[in-house]
Design a protein around this ligand. Sequence first.
Ligand code: JAH
Length: 262
Amino acid sequence: MRVDVVSIFPEYFAPLDLSLIGRARENGTLRLAVHDLRSWTHDVHRTVDDTPYGGGPGMVMRPEPWGEALDALAPDELSPDGHTLPRLLVPSPAGVRFTQAMAHELAAESHLLFACGRYEGIDQRVLEHAATRMRVTEVSLGDYVLFGGEVAVLVILEAVTRLLPGVLGNAGSLDEESHAHGLLEAPMYTKPATWRGHEVPEVLRSGDHGRIARWRRDEALTRTAARRPDMIAALPPESLDKRDVAALDRAGFQLPPGDVAK
Ligand code: JAH
């Protein structure tokens, strides 16, 4: 996968040289380039912002440097090596929610291009114009505001690159994780069996794989009901069997009335 990132703070991306993402870059799984937006400015002050039309606080990123950056990184004509246009992603508190499902979708792309806004954001015409020749997605990690899109890009890139074939050594850990099945995962434990007076639940040491699976399912349901009732409400009713409904009932969770349970 090819990834380009445009930012006025390219130093933010130094951590991408490290660890598993760094290894994916070394072995060619990930071809990542970070670009300084100011390299597409022409004035002596390398200006990237201006005051907002309509008034209001703060500054807005000027369209001209962004236009040139996107022209350079997503050329209009198809490149000779047959490369398709990138998918443009713009972190913004006004974007659609980034989810594990979107991470999977992005991991299937061959080229991602991230535009990191700062201040009050990027002149909207940049996105409008880009949308005339490539797929553009404004994306939000959650309902909070950062100084800019850089940290959001680090998060998205980590979520996406760990799904690329060959990046995660342990492929099994991909499909039993939180959010893969619409429930939070059960708690995990390792040795020693007793630590500072706290015990690992007996069932996990029993060797009874059936009991262990049921216990983990109950824990996942209980914990999800307590922490993320929205996720329980979103479960397809047919995904819950009678023991699931009983576990939720013990947790005091009121399921919406309806066709329940095998
Ligand atoms: C803030 C440009 N949902 C996380 C998120 C993503 C981007 C931004 N804030 C929060 C942001 C200022 C300018 C982007």
